[in-house]
Design a protein around this ligand. Structure first.
Ligand SMILES: Cc1cc2nc3c(=O)[nH]c(=O)nc-3n(C[C@H](O)[C@H](O)[C@H](O)COP(=O)(O)O)c2cc1C
Length: 186
């Protein structure tokens, strides 16, 4: 079953790259939509090329290809993850303003009552951001902010990234070994 992955232009594009790497390893069929801004943050924040990120997905759709399969609820998926989710994309989902394929796919995921996991990244937050988060949560989206835990004493950025990506896989019920599960203080 297809899992849609949307990458928008919030900081933390590495979270989206890591999710795609893990999905590929787990043989989950990931279909990818990368926004224009996410392609820019990829270059600013990492050494990865867009070509590499796209090669991790089973299928890639153009950001503006509003006629692509994920635009319709008849295209079956097991859900969608938007990682990272910018405040602009959050606003688009909250208001139903689906003027690109990423937004339309998220809207379809919500209306079909499939899991929509959003990984928002911004700080500090305005009441506009918070109200948009409330709206999408009330519509059924799962808000999973890029807030890694520190209780397993991470030593590397990789471990912090894996913590957030592992939480995404957890809410989708996809088995992984990205972190050690908490079993109480040692
Ligand atoms: C380096 C960089 C970092 C950014 N970080 C954030 C961020 O953390 N959160 C956010 O909401 N927008 C951030 N932005 C702004 C978004 O990229 C911008 O609002 C863009 O229009 C989002 O478009 P999209 O949602 O279609 O990808 C950042 C932009 C750049 C260039």
């Amino acid at each position: 079953m297809v899992l849609l992955v949307g990458m928008s232009g919030g900081s933390g594009v590495i979270y989206g790259v890591r999710l795609l790497e893990v999905l590929k390893r787990l043989k989950v069929e990931a279909h990818l939509i990368i926004s224009t801004a996410a392609q820019e943050t990829l270059v600013i924040e990492t050494s990865y090329k867009v070509r590499y990120v796209e090669s991790l997905a089973s299928r890639v759709y153009r950001f503006n290809d509003i006629a692509a399969a994920p635009s319709s609820g008849t295209f079956r998926t097991q859900g969608m993850v938007v990682i990272p989710c910018s405040m602009k994309t959050l606003a688009g989902i909250a208001s139903g303003y689906s003027d690109n394929l990423l937004l339309r796919a998220a809207e379809v995921t919500l209306k079909e009552r499939r899991p929509l996991v959003l990984v928002p990244r911004e700080t500090p937050l305005t009441t506009i951001h918070i109200e948009n988060m409330l709206r999408v949560a009330q519509a059924g989206a799962i808000l999973l902010p890029a807030m890694p835990g520190f209780y397993d004493r991470p030593m590397t950025i990789d471990e912090l990234v894996n913590h957030v990506v592992g939480k995404v896989l957890d809410v989708l019920n996809i088995e992984h070994d990205l972190y050690k599960r908490w079993a109480g203080p040692q």
